[in-house]
Write a protein that binds this ligand. Structure first.
Ligand code: DGY
Length: 323
């Protein structure tokens, strides 16, 4: 019997493919670093029965209309704002994502970024490399304490809760804002629910873990930064689109807030000359929240298992249900 054709939008290690090769026929964009050009993708999906894509690909109505046989789109990310899920569901295309397997790794990175921004770690590293360290002095590269400070987590999903666990270990009181209350986080972690504005006013660290949706787009705007403490440190590990970057730049440049740690940007890759990247009080990372070798491998395997489940007539393991 003819095997279903799965198009993979980036070169991935052969070891990941091997266990599935008896059941699936793979076609792949043979470049590890550069995303597949849109016109190539539009051509390739014409023949494909399934797609394994990354957050760099826009899976919109135009693409889905070009892909008459595609039954399933397996997105190698927990976030799926790159996919028009409404259009996919209309066309009976199953969309899957990669929750759970990346939770702890992303929380590790979020906390590392918080630590780096508070204790000026990137600046300190640059300082030595630039040959500037001549003397030790009392306030040399002095940053902000982390222990005992209030963390405000916006988006108390799985990753938010894992960040809260780490914060608890640092002796930080935990505030959170979420669409719905999280009794488990309140009971187990002592987290306190706050309205968004209250959290902004009270938190020393504001951590964005909120998915990008029409409702959350640019929710961290000029108004939001004005409500934060002047000593506040803003961390974003969700999507750049939840932030108004111009407003963030002004808030940082004019000391409306103290510092930021950013793993995600409105436009990725962010230009090295972007004003945000030039600020000393910002730590920027190239969207590496889930980037450990172990976790990236688990994410790819979960994509494969989802594809295989669908083509075997079973339910997908981690379907995306709501647009
Ligand atoms: C995700 O999974 O949504 C991350 O942003 C990429 O790992």
């Amino acid at each position: 019997m003819k095997k279903p054709i799965v198009y993979i939008t980036r070169k991935i290690p052969n070891e990941i493919l091997v266990p599935y090769q008896d059941s699936l026929d793979f076609r792949m964009w043979e470049d590890e670093e550069t995303p597949v050009p849109r016109d190539v993708l539009l051509e390739e999906v014409k023949e494909a029965d399934g797609l394994l894509c990354l957050l760099t690909e826009k899976i919109d109505r135009e693409l889905l209309e070009n892909a008459p046989q595609v039954k399933v789109v397996a997105n190698m990310a927990v976030g799926y704002d790159n996919i028009d899920v409404g259009a996919a569901l209309e066309k009976n295309v199953i969309v899957t994502n990669t929750p759970d397997v990346l939770t702890e790794t992303t929380a590790d990175l979020a906390f590392s970024l918080l630590t780096a921004a508070a204790r000026r770690i990137a600046e300190a590293n640059d300082y030595i490399r630039a040959g500037k360290w001549d003397h030790w002095s009392p306030y040399l590269l002095a940053g902000s304490d982390i222990h005992g400070k209030k963390v405000g987590i916006v988006g108390m999903g799985r990753i938010g809760e894992s960040i809260a666990k780490r914060a608890k270990g640092f002796g930080m009181p935990i505030l959170y804002h979420n669409r719905s209350r999280k009794p488990s986080a309140e009971k187990d972690l002592g987290a306190t629910y706050k309205e968004f504005d209250e959290l902004l006013r009270e938190a020393d660290f504001v951590v964005s873990v909120i998915p990008l949706t029409p409702e959350t787009r640019r929710m961290f705007n000029k108004d939001a930064f004005r409500k934060m403490k002047t000593s506040a440190i803003f961390i974003n590990v969700s999507r750049g689109g939840v932030v108004d970057e111009k407003a963030l730049y002004h808030a940082l440049n004019e000391n409306t807030i103290h510092a930021a740690g950013l793993d995600v940007f409105e436009e990725e890759p962010i230009d090295a000359n972007h004003p945000l990247v030039k600020l000393d009080n910002v730590v920027c990372l190239p969207h590496i929240g889930s980037a450990s070798v172990e976790t990236r491998t688990k994410m790819l395997k979960l994509c494969m298992d989802n594809l295989l489940a669908v083509f075997s007539g079973e339910s997908p393991i981690t379907p995306v249900k709501n647009p």
